[in-house]
Write a protein that binds this ligand. Structure first.
Ligand SMILES: Cc1ncc(COP(=O)(O)O)c(C=O)c1O
Length: 388
């Protein structure tokens, strides 16, 4: 099922519907008959049962990223995880106060960096190379003796590029700095192993991986733990790093979502890659239509297409397809995408760009429908498309 009214859903990078298995597990944590207890209420069975569910979910999240369960801290989503990692570091950093990030990051990083800059932390924002990638060489060139933390995304939310985090971790650690990775778009789509890849901090969000909105997590390595100050004070939950009563139903939803992702990610990704190829075959046949970051290492789920054709505007598609003309946050701001301009698109090309993101419930019929919509939309703009 991927149809809602007449609109086909191609915006999985903005958010995913919760998997029915996730919804079922969440229901079991809400009512009197279920596991509604406060996980911190250790004096009775209701609290103890909720605690067991929360700890199982912690194990399921940890297993998806190769972490130890004790290193997972619950948050409200990737925005909060990013804020906790960066501001938490800034609050404890006395000497190594220089921060590095990239121009391709999500606003949850970029705006947090701007906030820290105003507090006197020097920030370097790396530009991508011609393929739209941030390389280990670029990071190495920006590292300084006072660099304390580097924050980069694993998968870009607009163009789907993959960052070579393992190579970057080696240069970052050689300089005595910490590596924070925003994995909101990577979780459940590409293999993550925090230890093998050398990540110190990793931000995750459940609603990008068929879990509920309003829950996420931050992986904090034992080395990083001492260097991060809490941003939410209160009852001392989550080893003092993030206070607040744990939302059992949300956490259980995220745990089940991660367990499903671990079991089904490979198969899902292969199927989505085949669907993406099928879509691209049809659409890229039109001269003037290009796939952004086509030569970079990318995930198959996110396709950024520029229709360099006079007369083409994204609204020609949005009557039939739930897509975004940029990331959801840029859509809200109404400004051209900072990611597209950073990878070299002019303002006009950026305004003729759409992001289609595919997911677990995308069907071949959806993809053919989308291709057909695009061919119909561009037909008046190009005689070649009209003949296809
Ligand atoms: C790369 C990236 N980071 C962070 C976020 C924010 O995540 P959340 O919605 O969980 O706060 C998003 C969501 O769009 C994202 O794509």
């Amino acid at each position: 099922m991927s149809e809602k009214g007449d609109l086909r859903y191609f915006d999985y990078a903005a958010t995913t519907p919760a998997d029915p298995r996730v919804i079922e597990a969440m229901f079991g944590c809400l009512g009197l008959e279920g596991d509604f207890g406060n996980p911190a209420s250790s004096s009775h069975g209701a609290g103890q049962r909720a605690r067991r569910l929360v700890e199982q979910a912690r194990k399921d999240v940890a297993a998806l990223i190769g972490a130890d369960a004790g290193d997972i801290v619950w948050t409200s989503g990737a925005t909060e995880s990013n804020n906790l990692a960066l501001k938490g570091y800034a609050d404890r950093a006395t000497e190594k106060r220089h921060l590095i990030t990239s121009q391709l990051e999500h606003k949850a990083i970029l705006d947090t960096m701007t906030c820290l800059e105003a507090r006197g932390m020097p920030v370097t924002r790396l530009a991508p190379n011609a393929q739209g990638e941030i390389t280990a060489e670029a990071v190495a060139a920006a590292l300084r003796p006072d660099t304390g933390l580097v924050s980069l995304m694993l998968v870009n939310n607009e163009v789907g590029t993959l960052t070579d985090i393992a190579a970057i971790a080696r240069v970052v650690h050689a300089a005595g700095a910490l590596l924070h990775v925003d994995a909101a778009q990577a979780l459940g789509k590409t293999a993550i192993d925090v230890k093998a890849m050398g990540m110190d901090l990793l931000s995750m969000s459940a609603h990008k991986v068929y879990g509920p909105k309003g829950i996420g997590a931050l992986y904090v390595s034992p080395e990083a733990f001492e260097r991060i100050a809490p941003q939410m004070h209160g009852g001392g939950h989550e080893r003092g790093l993030r206070s607040g009563t744990l939302a059992t139903h949300q956490i259980v939803g995220m745990g089940v979502a991660c367990e499903i992702a671990r079991n089904e990610m490979q198969e899902d990704s292969e199927r989505i890659a085949r669907l993406g190829e099928r879509l691209l075959e049809q659409v890229l046949a039109v001269p003037g239509v290009t796939l952004n970051a086509a030569h970079a290492k990318r995930i198959a789920h996110t396709l950024s297409l520029t229709f360099d054709l006079p007369g083409f505007f994204p609204f020609l598609l949005t009557g039939d397809l739930a897509i975004s003309s940029t990331s959801a946050c840029n859509s809200a701001a109404g400004s051209p995408s900072h990611v597209l301009t950073a990878i070299g698109l002019g303002e006009e090309a950026a305004s003729r760009t759409v992001r289609l993101s595919l997911g677990r419930f995308t069907t071949q019929e959806d993809v053919d429908f989308a291709a057909d919509c695009m061919l119909r939309a561009v037909a008046p703009c190009t005689p070649v498309a009209a003949a296809l």
